[in-house]
Design a protein around this ligand. Structure first.
Ligand code: ZN
Length: 202
């Protein structure tokens, strides 16, 4: 497998990003080992999933982006494909997103993205690599991209019925934040210019 073309945020079959065992108390979810727990917390106090294994085997394009690398790219606004700084011009930073079923609003204003921005060469290449973008995508320029929260597994509070729920968006100011194991950082994209639409590739 040619690693040079595999996007930075794509997970590999040799990697394990299952959440690991957590303890749920009235104050939130935690890892039993306090050292591990401290290492897994972000600056907002959210607990992140543990990432193990190595980038070997096959890339898994249809899967969720690799939590640790997705977070790095989102935090530092690095290209999802190559980890270089994302492209920026007078209309803002470059983002390539899949077309959404509900189409948000026609102008894409305030769309919430777990996909990091990209550089120009990766933005051109990504739809050929990524099956989700191949189904159709939009190219945006974005002037504001505030980090608003995380997507992850939300655990019921002690005594509450129900199972942990996967892939829940939890905002940083939500009372649910202590009860989520984060897997993806989310930014809200504002002051948007739509650059191009692409329908499904043949
Ligand atoms: Zn790139």
């Amino acid at each position: 497998m040619d690693r040079s073309v595999t996007p930075y945020v794509t997970p590999w079959t040799g990697e394990d990003t299952s959440p690991g065992a957590v303890v749920v108390t009235a104050s939130g979810v935690a890892y039993a080992d306090p050292v591990q727990d401290a290492l897994a917390r972000d600056l907002d106090g959210a607990l992140w999933t543990l990432c193990r294994g190595e980038a070997s085997g096959r890339p898994e394009y249809a899967a969720e982006l690799h939590p640790e690398r997705q977070k790095t790219a989102m935090d530092e606004l690095l290209c999802a494909g190559c980890k270089k700084p994302a492209d920026r011009n007078e209309h803002g930073m470059l983002w390539v997103l899949p077309l959404l079923d509900d189409a948000v609003a026609a102008d894409w204003e305030a769309v919430r993205s777990a996909i990091p921005p990209m550089c120009e060469p990766c933005a051109d290449r990504a739809p050929n690599l990524c099956p989700v973008l191949r189904e159709g995508h939009v190219k945006l320029r974005v002037l504001e991209a505030e980090q608003i929260g995380v997507r992850g597994t939300l655990y019921p509070r002690p005594g509450e019925p129900g199972e942990p729920q996967a892939d829940v968006l939890v905002l940083y100011d939500s009372p649910d934040l202590p009860f989520v194991v984060a897997r993806q950082a989310v930014r809200e994209l504002c002051r948007i210019t739509v650059v191009a639409f692409a329908a499904r590739l043949p």
